[in-house]
Design a protein. Structure first.
Ligand code: MRU
Length: 354
């Protein structure tokens, strides 16, 4: 980790002046390719096929996508610009349903842009707000990392799931932000990363990212989690989140719930790391979270090679809900939230909004 400077690395999502650049995460780890997004269709497509992924990163991409959309539609006056904004919020905000960051970001850009009193000023305010969202996420990641690092003193062996690092955010990441913070502080840290079936965000992305940073990381099948915990390979589990309800129920990548159940059985702490942009206090519990169902062929083939009989009946949820009762604490940019979460979460969100 020594000497790794985030500002020298390609960001997951960048604004070049007239277009968005993203790292195409579908191509990693075999190829590192940066692609340009110059239309709303391209933005929505990139989000849907997970070329850009991870709740904060899709929020960032969606926010900039509003600006791309305004440039593409080129509204001639203020009413036309306002109506384009509404349309863009719907089109981009519904590209993926579970991560609240996407809709939160596009609505935040819309609300800021509506302050503009000409079409040009509306567009400028949209861009400023999108860039502010990205800067804030970068800062939030550093704070989350530090909050988690302080809490995990003395814990070396960390299990994680999916990819929650610099590919998934504008900064060092959420759960991986804690890992990076430990490494930067010179504390020993070893990561056990689950492969994250079926799209292998753990195997392809987390392993690539942590190896690149010189952090000790070992890949395991998702189904090895209970075994790893039972033989003392895990001091704590840290995962990210796509939406956290007011009571602490947490939507995250499919398989997260299993890790939490197994951690409870093994007596191992289970932490969630997320920025406040991932909290949805408008919903009381995880029952109200829409879980994205993805296409059958993500399970029946891998890059065109069949992995199941053609025509197999498939259930492919992208996320699950970990009940709040299985979560030890939540690391955020405003500190560590403890149970009862139906008290600590609304208090933290209200305090941050003031
Ligand atoms: O389907 P993905 O790859 O976008 O799912 C991502 C996750 O579930 C992450 O854990 C979550 O977005 C947090 S990223 C900081």
């Amino acid at each position: 980790m020594s000497g790794l400077d985030l500002d020298t690395l390609a960001p997951s999502v960048a604004w070049t002046g007239d277009r968005i650049e993203i790292i195409d995460q579908t191509r990693l780890p075999d190829e590192f390719e940066i692609i340009e997004l110059v239309s709303v269709d391209a933005v929505v497509d990139a989000i849907c096929r997970l070329a850009v992924r991870g709740a904060p990163a899709i929020g960032a991409c969606g926010a900039l996508g509003i600006v791309i959309g305004l440039d593409e539609r080129h509204p001639e006056d203020l009413p036309a610009a306002r109506s384009a904004l509404d349309e863009l919020v719907e089109v981009i905000g519904s590209a993926r349903p579970t991560a609240v960051n996407l809709r939160w970001a596009v609505e935040r850009v819309r609300d800021a842009a509506l302050e503009g009193d000409t079409a040009d000023r509306l567009r400028r305010m949209a861009l400023d707000e999108a860039l502010r969202i990205i800067a804030e996420d970068k800062d939030a990641c550093s704070r989350i990392g530090e909050a988690g690092r302080a809490e995990l003193t003395g814990m070396t062996n960390i299990m994680t799931h999916c990819n929650t690092g610099r590919l998934a955010t504008a900064g060092w990441g959420t759960a991986l932000g804690v890992i990076y913070a430990k490494a930067a502080a010179g504390e020993p840290v070893r990561v056990l990363a689950s492969e994250t079936r079926p799209l292998l965000q753990g195997a392809r992305l987390t392993i690539w990212e942590l190896e690149d940073a010189g952090i000790d990381v070992t890949l395991m099948p998702d189904s090895a989690d209970a075994a790893a915990m039972s033989v003392g390979k895990v001091d704590a589990v840290i995962v990210g989140a796509d939406r956290i309800a007011a009571n602490g129920d947490t939507a995250n990548k499919i398989g997260t719930f299993s890790h939490a159940v197994n951690a409870r059985y093994a007596g191992i702490p289970f932490y969630v790391a997320a920025s406040l942009s991932t909290f949805d206090t408008a919903i009381a519990s995880g029952d109200e979270i829409t879980i994205e169902l993805r296409s059958d062929d993500e399970l029946t083939a891998w890059r065109g090679i069949p992995t199941a009989p053609a025509g197999a009946s498939v259930w492919n949820p992208a996320f699950d809900i970990t009940p709040a009762g299985l979560i030890t604490a939540i690391f955020t940019e405003v500190g560590v939230l403890h149970p009862p979460f139906d008290v600590s979460i609304p208090a933290a969100v209200e305090h941050a909004e003031r």
